[in-house]
Design a protein around this ligand. Structure first.
Ligand code: OTU
Length: 650
């Protein structure tokens, strides 16, 4: 596509670029710039077209892309070329991720490199290292209050250590995921400090107000993310004598992307880390990027335009680098973060499947798959060349992000059901074995979320305390069952560090005055390497869990039907304690895997004859891929043991 006006501007910009930019094998840069420039120009015009300095800002953006391209190493440029050719490389079933803190799983980035064999033992080849950048130590929000985007917290190491880790991972065919906290900075960031000193340029980087008139107008539509620890969305900064928008903690200042300089600064940060060898960038809190009075200030169209612009720019300089959208939003909104079109309006190749995660937890509490079936059926179809990040637990709280309409269709009263789930997972519902903790309780709306480790939430902690072998077995089965689904659903499975060993809550955070008001720290414990050693000891819980997950991960990697290329068919079941879906090899329709999961504590029967006609499993036996043997069907009926699952082929 050649559009004269935008191309005339490109020609003008190229003639003005710094002399040094004209060499260093820039042809791939220029061809990608030419291919993407009309889109970049159009998006920039939509967002900033009314500004007098539009052309100057466009020049600065292109110069940023060019300068970062010139820095990009030959290894990374080669990786870009390879990934441009095999652009669906990340949809393969071979990828399995783990999220961890470098100072809790290991001691720092250098030590983390020595701990990679544990990940490879399990079969993990995608490593999300939780935020490592410079933050005020006692106001860091677990690394999400960045004071310097180009400096690693000295406790964890240096930028060179990141580059060394990236190189080591690359040599092992592993991927590195790092966060870019795009929505806000710490109030200790240099930009915020300059704003505090009255520097107008940097005051324009944030949402600052002299009085409460506009903050009050914004507040009418904005929910509270941290209603207890940081009520409201604005903080009075006495030093500056202004109100600052702080959607998250009061020390996290929201960036104002209505100012193109903010976009260009953050684009430079994104490319800085891309050039350190990061394969995938987790863009934090992307739903909040654009604020508008009268709205919830989430999921605004301009937030999507910003992400399209960031993606188009990244494709010019570092096309092999992917984005993960961290958008914990309604099911109808979450798939929009893949973009409007897989090619012409792409945003993020990967998105957290927060809806599926919440639906899994509903099934754990209710011991049935009614809402899980309903929610999966109504999960929006995602774009091609994009995939889900499927997870059971992460470093954050669990929000019940499924849709009330689905809750009603599943036969529940939405408010009552949500209340039940919170009561269940915080252990206050009669006979609940869960040991979760409340988080984000909003006394005005009644809304609440919960936290806690996977093992403590499914009842392993209470079962161990009571030495109830049956309850221990049920908890272990549930942990494996949940992982069997994130490994087979379609997308990249992300395992939270410690969950493969049944790690329980750690309440040590309560002794830290800077963490005690945030129950998320209960499931951010220091990794217990002594416990990890038990994975080698037969009969231990660690051995059972680690061994089961390792086996499933190994099997997943062999099953081409588990690649995520729009090849999942939810199957209608005659028994709503079960979830069943069919995965089909895109290149061989006879290569199918039938996944069946039973969330009930009793064996459940599945009428195979009632499944969709496309299911070829109309035989008297099927192959259990996990056990490696054949299961006889009794009159076309499959019996699924309690809290168990099957991966079946013909
Ligand atoms: C994200 O949080 C991070 O994952 C959290 O760890 C940070 O505290 C937060 O941003 C601020 O950086 O949906 O899109 O419910 O789980 O705010 C933002 C609290 C997010 C967090 C939620 C989440």
């Amino acid at each position: 596509m050649y559009e004269q006006a935008s191309h005339a501007l490109l020609n003008d910009i190229l003639t003005k670029l710094k002399p040094g930019i004209g060499n260093a094998h820039m042809r791939h840069f220029y061809t990608r710039l030419g291919a993407n420039f009309y889109a970049i120009h159009s998006l920039f015009d939509l967002l900033y077209g009314e500004r007098d300095d539009f052309k100057d800002q466009m020049y600065r953006l292109v110069e940023t892309l060019a300068m970062r391209y010139m820095e990009r190493s030959p290894r990374l440029r080669d990786s870009d070329m390879a990934r441009e050719k095999n652009y669906n490389w990340f949809l393969s079933q071979k990828w399995v991720g783990m999220a961890l803190y470098c100072d809790r799983f290991a001691t720092d980035l250098k030590d983390l490199r020595t701990k990679l064999p544990y990940l490879q033992d399990l079969g993990v080849n995608l490593l999300h290292v939780m935020p490592i950048l410079d933050c005020p130590p006692d106001a860091s929000d677990g690394g999400y209050a960045v004071s310097d985007y180009r400096k690693v917290d000295p406790r964890f190491g240096t930028v060179d250590d990141v580059e060394a880790l990236a190189n080591t991972l690359s040599q092992r065919d592993m991927l590195l995921v790092l966060d870019v906290v795009v929505n806000h900075t710490s109030d200790h960031h240099d930009w915020a400090q300059r704003a505090r000193q009255g520097d107008k340029k940097y005051q324009d980087y944030y949402y600052l107000f002299d009085d409460r008139t506009l903050p009050d107008a914004y507040e009418q539509g904005m929910p509270e993310v941290f209603p207890l620890q940081a009520p409201g969305n604005f903080t009075w900064d006495a030093a500056m004598g202004k109100w600052v928008m702080t959607v998250f903690n009061n020390y996290q200042w929201d960036l104002n992307y209505r100012n193109p300089e903010v976009l260009i600064e953050m684009m430079d940060v994104i490319l800085f880390w891309a050039n350190k060898g990061v394969d995938i960038l987790r863009l934090d809190a992307v739903a909040f990027l654009w604020k508008k009075i009268g709205s919830s200030c989430q999921n605004e169209r301009e937030a999507h335009l910003l992400l399209q612009l960031m993606k188009d720019c990244c494709q010019v300089t570092a096309p092999g680098v992917l984005f993960i959208a961290e958008a914990i939003v309604a099911p109808s909104e979450v798939s929009k973060y893949f973009g409007e079109d897989a090619i012409n309006a792409k945003e993020c190749e990967i998105a957290y499947n927060a809806t599926f995660m919440a639906l899994l937890w509903d099934a754990v509490a209710t011991k049935n798959a009614r809402l899980l079936n309903q929610g999966v059926k109504n999960l929006p179809v995602k774009l091609e060349r994009a995939t889900w990040l499927n997870y059971v637990r992460c470093h954050d709280d669990i929000g019940l992000g499924f849709d009330d309409h689905d809750v009603s269709l599943a036969g529940y009263d939405p408010p009552k059901h949500r209340h039940f789930l919170i009561e269940y997972f915080t252990g206050r519902f009669a006979d609940s074995p869960a040991r979760g903790l409340l988080f984000g309780q909003n006394l005005k709306t009644g809304d609440a979320r919960f936290t806690g480790s996977l093992a403590s939430l499914v009842g392993l902690e209470s079962a161990l305390e009571s030495q109830d072998e049956h309850a221990i077995e049920a908890a272990v089965k549930t942990i494996v069952l949940l992982h069997s689904l994130i490994l087979s659903f379609g997308g990249i499975p992300l395992i939270y560090y410690g969950d493969a060993l049944g790690t329980l809550n750690d309440m040590a955070y309560m002794a830290d005055p800077f963490k005690a008001n945030d129950t998320r720290w209960a499931h951010r414990s220091h990794f217990d390497w002594g416990k990890a050693e038990k994975r080698h000891q037969s009969g231990t819980i660690e051995h059972k869990l680690f061994g089961a997950l390792k086996k499933l991960i190994t099997l997943r990697k062999e099953l081409v039907a588990f690649a995520d290329v729009g090849n999942r068919q939810l199957l209608p079941v005659n028994n709503l304690n079960l979830l069943a879906f069919l995965r089909t090899d895109a290149k061989n329709s006879h290569n199918k895997v039938l996944v069946v999961a039973n969330f009930n504590t009793e064996p459940q029967s599945l009428d195979m004859a009632a499944l969709s006609s496309s299911v070829l499993f109309q035989r008297d036996s099927v192959k259990d891929l996990v056990a490696g043997n054949r299961l006889t069907l009794d009159n076309q009926t499959l019996t699924v043991p309690p809290l168990s699952f099957y991966w079946l082929s013909e």
